[in-house]
Design a protein around this ligand. Structure first.
Ligand code: ZN
Length: 289
């Protein structure tokens, strides 16, 4: 039985990138709390801007909790120093996630080194994937010690070069099985409908993931046409993703956590008042998710 989201929004979380253009993170927390939104997933740059102490204080004062923390990852590098710097950065992300009592650290694993700056240092995507494997393996020790699960987020293949060379749920789960064969709970996946909705193996791979690998569920919509590869995500109900069907698969596999709205939208939602965006998220979460 898929949960009924139509009557309240108790399972709604807001990924704070959704209103990053309008407000700083402390204001976002207060605006969410005022609307009865119980959870957020903040980004590290937003936390750094306000200060982690202030963020922790607003979370305590409002009772808002985290559905995830964005983000670790970006493991591939073309030098040993680069790979070490990535591991150091992931350890800091784990510690901050712990401070904020996040249930998991989301990993955007990285693509070809340098590609995100427009200067790819090589063309060997297999090497990048080896770096991701080794980087997660090394990070997992610290994550286990801290009690902070890592959630690999497969990204749509259009981001394979510059953001993440893990592009399907199957690929992410293969990595989980290789690095955490005993399903210890310390490694799983974040299922973001924007990245995986098109995948013919999606239903089977969600079932394969099961409750102990499903650590986060992100929603938005795929607009037709999509005008920008990164920042033209749609509000739920405005695009072509069968959100309720996918949520049904995720819940059939045992997932019973938050459904996190994550919308990057420089052409539309980032230009509207933040209150309008949050109110629309609540309404669409009821009607379209
Ligand atoms: Zn996501």
């Amino acid at each position: 039985m898929t949960r009924d989201f139509s009557r309240d929004h108790r399972w709604l979380s807001i990924n704070t990138a959704t209103v990053r253009a309008q407000w700083p993170l402390d204001r976002i927390i207060d605006e969410c709390a005022a609307r009865g939104i119980r959870a957020i997933s903040p980004w590290r740059d937003q936390v750094a801007q306000v200060g982690i102490g202030r963020v922790a204080e607003r979370l305590r004062a409002t009772g808002v909790e985290l559905s995830g923390y964005c983000r670790g990852g970006m493991f591939p590098a073309s030098t040993p120093e680069g790979r070490r710097a990535a591991l150091d950065d992931n350890r800091r992300a784990i510690d901050d996630a712990k401070t904020l009592a996040a249930p998991c650290l989301v990993l955007v694993v990285g693509g070809l080194p340098g590609a995100s700056n427009g200067k790819p240092e090589h063309k060997d995507i297999a090497a990048a994937r080896r770096d991701v494997h080794d980087g997660i393996a090394a990070t997992l020790e610290h994550a286990r010690a801290a009690g902070m699960p890592l959630a690999i987020e497969p990204l749509h293949p259009m981001y394979a070069a510059d953001r993440a060379c893990i592009n399907t749920l199957e690929q992410a789960l293969d990595l989980c099985d290789a690095l955490d064969p005993r399903r210890s709970g310390s490694l799983g996946v974040a299922v973001d409908v924007y990245h995986v909705w098109w995948d013919p193996k999606l239903e089977a791979q969600i079932a394969r993931a099961g409750r102990d690998r499903l650590l986060a569920f992100h929603v938005c919509d795929w607009l037709v046409p999509t005008r920008d590869l990164l920042n033209d995500r749609g509000m739920m109900g405005d695009g072509v993703i069968d959100l309720r069907k996918i949520r049904g698969w995720v819940e059939a596999a045992g997932y019973d956590g938050y459904s996190e709205v994550e919308i990057f939208s420089s052409l539309d939602w980032w230009q509207r008042p933040g209150g309008v965006v949050l109110d629309t998220c609540i309404a669409r979460h009821r009607s379209a998710v």
